[in-house]
Write a protein that binds this ligand. Sequence first.
Ligand code: ADP
Ligand code: MG
Ligand code: MG
Length: 513
Amino acid sequence: MASASLSEYPPVLSPEEEQYLLSNLKDWSIAHGLAVRPPPTFVSTSQDPSGVLASTAPVTLFPSLFPRTCFEDGLSLQTAYNELYAAIARDEEWLQGIVEELIEIDDFVGKLWQTHLAVKKEGYVQDVTLGLFRSDYMIHSDSASSASSPGLRQVEFNTIASSFGGLSSQVSALHQHLLAIDAYPSSATETIKKDALVRSKSTFSLAKGLAAAHKAYGQSRSGKPLCVLFVVQDPERNVFDQRHLEYVLLEGSGIRSFRIPFHRTLKDTKLDNEKTLLYTPPHSPSAVFEVTTVYFRAGYTPDDYPKEEDWDARLHLERSRAIKCPSILTHLAGCKKVQQVLATPHSPHLSRFVPDEETARRIQETFAPIYPLDDSDAGREARKLANDPTSAARYVLKPQREGGGNNVYRKAIPDFLKSLPETHWPAYILMEMIEPPPLRNSILRNGELQSGGVICELGVYGVCLWRNGSGEVSNGEVLQNWEAGYLLRTKGDQSEEGGVAAGFGAVDSCCLV
Ligand code: ADP
Ligand code: MG
Ligand code: MG
């Protein structure tokens, strides 16, 4: 990554070049479903009363530069990460020890745990679980940090509703298309060349994971045709991301799937007396399907549970014979608290799940320093750091939440903590900010072009299908395990959050250097 041209990347476009690139980008995106639905305000202002409008998903004009070795490290570690989280999810006793402290002070975690206990009491009838995971990283470059060496640092590990697999394949194809039609000026094509651009196979690979679960479920018990159920939010702007998976599932594997808004669960599904999950599509009440796999693209945030009935719905699905993606224990394994416990230096936890020393070492190298805010020695140290405005500036404070928009950053941390009773502090973890190297790019979002400094986050997808066994680490069996493509998300360097759906970032692809 030595050449002078890299510091001038991406190139400045003439107005004519920009016009050519943008018109191709906009048309290709819509033609290939690299799109999102408009914001709800459109519906409320009657600009789109019948819901036909879609617009280009926020995308970068250029593929962002990404070090090849880091990229390869991330992809090659994914199967080990899949095994790690599958092992955590089937070690109920260990997880209980981790979430116990949270249950008292975090209602959402508490409800998830109670739901698990209710199903455990009557007995789980499905032993197989599917994980469609995504491990997120940034490149760390700050030598002043206590982290050991520059390289990939994990931001978080997602075990539920890992999104953008559908759009990621499309954006990497878009950048390849723009290269093929000479939309990038010749000054840049020394860098953006064919073997530097990486196509993400995430759509195909994640759909293959759903197909593997569908197959592992086995024969229909009810005599009804089989289907996969996508449990979704309503409304969902990021619907095409999910649709891509549905289409590949049908076209590639001949598997029917249906979308059900989470709040319709109790209306449209029933359990028979063997806890087989039966789905009746509202558009065709005489057609009943037996559900092999419940794929949650909802249910990961308290906002999805406005009524007690919504917890009944989660319990109902968890009790069923369908394979869950993810099960409640797998969902809980994705808590930031679990990540913090694994990242504790010299702790026995990582080696408990990853006995191979070399693999454990490679995983460990991706950890950024993360601290608890509890009563332990490390917790008391971290409380001091978090409450001092100068030291807090190097950290992010995270609750046990998903979906973006929940963290507290840097100097805002001390005041935020002051606003909370101290008994609630252990519901958060304190993580050192990863400081990626400066990069530039242009983002097209809602028709507006913004150029400047950006920060990139690499997500690596993983598919894992496993048997839970008796719940001890040594039991259970991994049935399928593969790395499932990647996602690059890019945000302006002034933004702390990076969520594309939350309105901050854009989807991008890697130009390896
Ligand atoms: P969520 O589960 O809500 O996505 P994340 O842990 O991914 O929570 O945090 C959201 C965003 O905050 C990330 O996408 C990233 O942009 C930023 N972020 C989180 N942790 C760090 C960190 N340690 N260093 C730098 N940025 C971070
Ligand atoms: Mg997350
Ligand atoms: Mg995230």
